[in-house]
Design a protein around this ligand. Structure first.
Ligand code: ZN
Length: 159
């Protein structure tokens, strides 16, 4: 079964910044499960997956614009500390901020008594990335998954 819109792909990946050590990998964890065609992963990687099948391995370079976007200046914001679930916040660390558009990865700049200054650029914004991918499984998405716009079960949403 080929990878196309409204199908679920389970895959292992390693991502690195061009010419550097891996930043993140699914090794040692279960594969990641993604619903294709719903903006669940960066466009450059989704495009590279289309038409492939289970068992295929490939590597792809994704420019920042097709990954997490280019870095924008002035994307800092002051937010109430209570919005963060993390027990301890320190400058430089990454945290997840819930927003009206869903959870967003941010970088902590400064921590005050009740407010936190964050950089809203994605931590990987501005980086040209290299992915090594192994397609583990391709299956049809359920009607419910398509309706929700994400995968249910292993490697996806548990709700
Ligand atoms: Zn759901």
């Amino acid at each position: 079964m080929k990878i196309e819109k409204d199908r679920v792909v389970l895959f292992h990946y390693t991502v690195s910044e061009a010419g550097q050590e891996p930043l993140e990998s699914s090794e040692g964890r279960g594969p990641l499960a993604i619903l294709i065609g719903h903006g669940n992963i960066i466009p450059g990687l989704e495009n590279a997956m289309e038409g492939r099948e289970a068992g295929e391995k490939f590597e792809v370079d994704v420019a920042a614009a097709d990954a997490y976007g280019v870095r924008q200046d002035g994307l800092t914001q002051r937010v109430p500390k209570k919005y963060f679930k993390d027990a301890r916040l320190e400058p430089g660390m990454q945290a997840v901020l819930p927003t009206n558009f869903g959870p967003r990865a941010v970088t902590i700049l400064k921590v005050g008594m009740s407010v936190v200054d964050v950089d809203l650029n994605h931590p990987m914004a501005g980086k040209d990335l290299h992915f090594a991918v192994e397609i583990v499984e391709v299956r049809e998405a359920s009607a419910e998954e398509v309706e929700h716009g994400h995968v249910h079960g292993d490697g996806g949403h548990q709700h």
